[in-house]
Write a protein that binds this ligand. Structure first.
Ligand code: URA
Length: 480
């Protein structure tokens, strides 16, 4: 057996150089043992075998997707991750397209691990709550968080970008991150008692939470999924969740009986609270500007490598109507804006005819990088696959959460897949108002580029059907 000791649980460089050495020596995965320095194997190990002589194997290049997958999967808490990644690397030498075989158990396992890590990072960004403490040199903000995986180092830069002008510390059992307005530092894990328990900011959070809590829209399962219970204990608003959910049923009946007027009691107070809270939340992680900045560095799938830039959504921040396309095209990729090329011109024309002002909508795409094949000087559009739609979906969900549109129009199959989270037949579903899991409404129609491609004789008819679908959206919004 060849013992490989990695310096820390997230030591990607250490794993890489060890793995490279093993490959060079032709060491098969079942002859390699992996451990983290200071872990159990350090205490027990006595099986150091001499390294086999280097064999100089034929050089091989690792497919693009490997790094994105491995850099996330290595942050998973499963101690087998180093060995699984080495097995993948080993097999990639002879199975070039292994990564595209999503039913391969090893690929499935590692993709599942990478996904769990992304989910955990998303939760950290959403559920870290800072509490203010007085420090000698001014205020310092401290948060306690318990991640499932080793994500602190990888996620801390998000908070550094977000809270650049504050001194803050995030304490976790594994690692602690400190930001001093200039640089990030990491230290060993801490215990919850090191974090302060309460401060005045919490009352504002609670006021906000009370003010946005709408009993008529309560979906307990959805809420649990988005805000799993284990995070509740660290949230200032947590003590409100149970009483508000318990009271939700009678309260929503009350709203119905009162013709909706229950929500309007003391309108001035509601407006003040809402404004104060909106101001606070405009600063909170997840504002559109922050999402856009964050998405600019997205590496969740390999499409970023060839694209010029992330093309994030744009439009009215609280638009009642969100339009979702497939992915940026050639023009959009260069301009950094959605729907500015020929499909965009077609969309603009139809929107105008349906009576929709584009600037009052929010326009985005299911996939935010341009996927193409180079053909000479031309970049030929390629349809995103399911993995790419899924990898990009958190951005769409977060745009939805920030904009809170009343209606989403999905333009074409890829958009519908992103919006509904599964493949949806266009022919069968188009033009209908459908309810999404969280109660919002969505409508599917064709993609405007379909109208550019369709045979000349069918053009007028298909265009009219598209405008008709958009008018269904207009009527729905007018009714509300
Ligand atoms: N097609 C899309 O789906 N989106 C764009 O932004 C441009 C073309």
């Amino acid at each position: 057996m060849i013992e490989n000791r990695i310096a820390s649980p997230t030591d990607w460089d250490g794993w890489r150089s060890a793995a490279r050495g093993l490959i060079a020596r032709g060491v098969a995965p079942d002859r390699a043992v992996w451990s983290v320095a200071g872990g159990m194997r350090d205490l027990l190990a006595d099986d150091h075998a001499p390294l086999p002589v280097e064999q100089s194997p034929a050089p091989f290049s690792v497919p693009r997707g490997f790094f994105a997958l491995a850099e996330s999967a290595i942050l998973h808490r499963d101690p087998a991750r180093f060995a699984l990644l080495y097995e993948l690397l080993w097999r990639l030498q002879n199975e070039k397209s292994l990564l595209s075989i999503s039913i391969d158990p090893l690929v499935t396992k590692l993709e599942g691990m990478a996904k769990a890590v992304h989910r955990d990072q998303h939760k950290m960004k959403a559920f870290v709550r800072f509490r203010e403490i007085a420090a000698d040199d001014g205020a310092h903000f401290v948060a306690w968080f318990e991640p499932e995986h080793f994500i602190v180092e990888a996620t801390a830069p998000f908070f550094a970008r977000r809270f650049t002008n504050l001194d803050w510390t995030i304490l976790t059992p594994d690692r602690c991150a400190h930001w001093n307005k200039i640089a990030l530092f990491f230290a060993d894990g801490a215990s919850k008692s090191d974090a302060p328990a309460h401060d005045a900011i919490e009352e504002i959070w609670r006021t906000y939470y009370r003010s946005i809590f709408n009993p008529a829209r309560l979906k307990v399962n959805m809420m649990r999924k988005e805000m799993p219970k284990k995070y509740w204990r660290n949230l200032p608003e947590a003590p409100l969740i149970k009483p508000l959910t318990d009271a939700a049923l009678p309260a929503s009946h009350g709203m119905i009986a009162a013709g909706g007027s229950a929500a309007k009691t003391n309108p001035q107070r509601m407006t003040d609270v809402k404004k104060q809270a909106d101001d606070l939340f405009a600063q909170a992680p997840g504002s559109l500007a922050e999402l856009r900045r964050e998405a600019a560095h997205c590496r969740a799938c390999p499409l970023w490598k060839d694209a010029t830039q992330t093309v994030f959504g744009e439009g009215a921040a609280h638009a009642p109507l969100m339009l979702v396309g497939e992915q940026p095209g050639d023009k959009e990729d260069l301009a950094g804006k959605p729907f500015v090329g020929p499909a965009g011109a077609m969309l603009d024309r139809a929107l105008e005819e349906a009576g929709i002002e584009r600037k009052k909508t929010y326009v985005t795409n299911a996939v935010k990088h341009f996927k193409f094949t180079p053909r000479g000087k031309i970049r030929l559009h390629q349809k995103p696959n399911t993995a790419e739609i899924k990898a990009c979906n958190p951005w769409l969900q977060r745009e939805r959460a920030a904009v809170k549109p009343k209606l989403i129009v999905a333009l074409g199959a890829t958009a519908a897949h992103g919006v509904f989270g599964k493949a949806m037949a266009i022919g069968k579903n188009r033009g209908k108002l459908m309810e999404l899991e969280d109660g919002a409404k969505a409508l599917i129609t064709v993609h405007p580029s379909y109208l550019l491609r369709v045979e000349e004789k069918d053009k007028a008819r298909e265009y009219a059907a598209f405008v008709h679908d958009l008018k269904v959206a207009v009527k729905y919004l007018a009714r509300r």
